[in-house]
Write a protein that binds this ligand. Structure first.
Ligand code: ZN
Length: 113
């Protein structure tokens, strides 16, 4: 998707996001979903609903509507990141498989970067 400028974020969200100088991640500093399974994702109450921050930012940035079963994959692998340029819609099974493959390939990826 086309780049979305950080400055266009609503101030209430921008105030809780720190831009990582290295990879350009927008790291959420507010509440998260805890440390358990499915944890570590930023959470925010937005339009009356507590939801994942990266999904909220995705919508604000004009990202397309997700289909049933689709979720937003973090290409940067930082769960707290909500930079829309780092997010990619993906169906869950592939996402999970990919996460598994990525864990195994971790050291290879680190070496390439
Ligand atoms: Zn990121």
């Amino acid at each position: 998707m086309k780049p979305f400028p950080f400055d266009d974020l609503p101030p209430r969200l921008a105030a809780l996001i720190a831009i990582h100088p290295g990879g350009g991640c927008w790291l959420w500093q507010g509440a998260d979903s805890g440390s358990g399974r499915g944890g570590g994702y930023g959470r925010v109450k937005w339009r009356g609903v507590t939801q994942a921050v990266h999904r909220v930012v995705w919508q604000i940035a004009g990202g397309r509507v997700l289909r049933k079963g689709e979720q937003l994959d973090h290409e940067c692998r930082a769960r707290r990141c909500c930079n829309p340029a780092h997010l990619r819609p993906m169906f869950q099974p592939r996402n999970m498989k990919l996460a598994h493959a990525r864990r195994r390939a971790d050291f290879v990826a680190e070496a390439v970067r």
